[in-house]
Design a protein around this ligand. Structure first.
Ligand code: ADP
Ligand code: ZN
Length: 519
């Protein structure tokens, strides 16, 4: 809205003048260079990286108003306040505003740097007419993953943005998001008309967070150990309200530390009080459903634990990202079981056809993180489009490389047993058949007459459980409605010899009783 020269030097001067900052952070500069050159861009940056500045700053330098699309009114009003506090001329046009006339007049008179609107405005002719009445400098699309069905938060209104923006072919677009895997990124760029070379991805790494992922055996013991290692504040995510209550009670009793529950079923006052107490505390552990954490500002969280699997790698990154915001060492621990993946895969069946594929891809990616014998951080960062070093030195697998073995033969035996028993029995029954246990139920079904009866012996028998878990994680085994196991994914390729199976080996007994709790 001004007539400053559109250079990075000018932007830096404006940064000091308006925000009082000494320099750009991360890849802000790359985004700004493109924006100032009026090139459409998708900026993928983690929360807190400073995305807002990449449109707020140029909006004060370029001729015309920047239209900011934002999905939540509350968020918009926050942004409005902070923009105005920095001396930026900004307004919102939302159902919660009473000053529409003033805002429209200000826009028409070219007195606004930023105009925040919700995506549903895009389809309204009145709004389109309004923004034709004065020059625009760009469209900034916040939470841009909402345009993609591949994203985790699809909003149909975002699909109206493209036709609206197409009416202004000379106005550059800046799409912003904190979470976008490769697939979603491609989709955002296609949906919003951003050229292939318009992608800027910035630093997702949180080097002070140590990632560790382990099988769940005794969750109270595992969490108690974690708490003993971290006397500072922590968050434990549990899948259901009941588990939240149960775990909170057990941990309080076992450790004597302050432990409080948090879930949507609690009285709002209790919930509020627990959250406030946590934010204040230096040693409290909060056990919560994923309802907890959004917008909480607590820099000294020392660990985040997941009991069960998160929804996706994006969710995992976001939830674990609440640890160690102060930059001091922090821990992210996940305790998973085979049933977690089996149930998640079963729930896919309840989704619309169109969502199933994207959710399956999400689960496969998560299984890849959980099952990898390699560096966890490398898997995470690659997922977000970065090109990290092979090893980070600060995750469980880098600190102590797990043993990996080719278990293709055993996998074939297990999958054959699943197939020959009719794909309807659970793991317990299958293990009995394979190890030759003449259980009554086995004999009744005639499963002692099958060729797979008793084909797995001693040493291999202890691997059946972790193998079943690994096969469920990768989708080669899926659970049926009645809790049995059936063939899925690449099971047939494994059976016919076209696919090998490698697995992270479980720890030897001795190591486990040594209290390491690692695989
Ligand atoms: P995002 O939208 O990516 O989550 P914000 O735009 O809310 O992040 O910025 C996060 C914080 O970082 C804000 O307090 C902002 O003022 C600050 N910030 C942004 N850019 C810089 C910078 N170049 N130098 C210092 N602080 C910055
Ligand atoms: Zn690592």
């Amino acid at each position: 809205a001004n007539f400053a020269p559109l250079t990075l030097d000018a932007a830096r001067a404006r940064l000091r003048e308006l925000f009082g900052f000494t320099g750009f952070r991360g890849r802000q500069e790359d985004v700004l260079a493109r924006v100032l050159a009026r090139q459409s861009t998708l900026a993928v940056m983690p929360t807190g990286a400073g995305k807002s500045l990449t449109y707020q700053l140029p909006a004060t330098m370029m001729h015309g108003t920047c239209i900011v699309i934002s999905p939540l009114i509350a968020l918009m009003h926050d942004q409005l306040r902070s923009a105005r506090a920095n001396g930026i001329r900004a307004a919102t046009l939302t159902s919660a505003d009473a000053d529409w006339r003033e805002t429209q007049d200000a826009f028409r008179n070219g007195e606004l740097d930023l105009l925040y609107v919700a995506p549903e405005r895009a389809s309204q002719q009145g709004f389109r007419n309004l923004i034709s009445a004065a020059p625009l400098c760009m469209f900034a699309i916040d939470e841009a993953h909402c345009v993609s069905e591949w994203g985790h938060d699809f909003r149909p209104d975002y699909r109206q943005l493209r036709p609206m923006m197409n009416a202004f072919p000379d106005v550059p677009r800046l799409a912003l998001t904190a979470t976008a895997d490769a697939h979603t990124r491609g989709d955002i760029m296609a949906q919003l008309g951003i050229p292939d070379d318009g992608l800027v991805i910035a630093g997702f790494d949180r080097p002070n967070i140590r990632y560790a992922i382990d099988h769940r055996d005794s969750v109270s013991r595992q969490l108690t150990n974690l708490m003993a290692a971290h006397p500072g504040p922590g968050i434990v995510y549990a899948p259901t309200r009941r588990k939240v209550e149960d775990i909170a009670e057990k941990l309080a009793a076992a450790t004597g530390r302050p432990v409080r529950p948090y879930h949507a079923g609690l009285d709002p006052e209790v919930r509020q009080a627990n959250q406030a107490a946590f934010v204040e505390s230096e040693d409290m552990v909060i056990v919560a459903t994923i309802a907890f954490g959004m917008g909480i500002d607590k820099p000294d969280v020392r660990f985040v634990a997941h009991v069960g699997i998160p929804k996706s790698i994006e969710a995992y990154y976001q939830e674990t990202g609440r640890a160690g915001r102060d930059g001091d060492p922090a821990q992210a621990a996940m305790f998973w079981g085979a049933g977690d993946f089996a149930q998640a895969r079963q729930r896919l069946g309840e989704l619309d056809e169109s969502r199933q594929q994207s959710e399956r891809t999400r689960l496969d990616a998560l299984a890849g993180l959980v099952e990898t014998p390699g560096c966890r951080r490398a898997v995470l960062l690659r997922h977000f489009g970065e090109d990290p070093p092979e090893r980070c030195g600060n995750c469980d697998n880098c600190i102590e490389a797990p043993a990996v073995a080719d278990v293709t033969q055993l996998a074939r035996k297990l999958l054959s047993a699943v197939y020959r028993t009719g794909q309807s029995f659970g793991f317990g029954h299958l293990a009995k058949v394979l190890t030759g246990n003449e259980d009554e139920r086995v004999r009744q079904r005639g499963h002692d007459k099958l060729s797979v009866f008793g084909i797995v012996d001693g040493d291999d028998a202890v691997l059946l459980q972790p193998l079943s878990r690994a096969l469920q994680a990768r989708g080669s085994l899926v659970s049926t409605e009645h809790g049995g196991l059936a063939l899925g994914g690449d099971a047939r390729d494994i059976l016919t010899g076209g696919q090998t199976v490698e697995m992270v080996m479980p720890p030897k007994r001795a190591r486990r009783s040594g209290g390491r709790g690692r695989r």
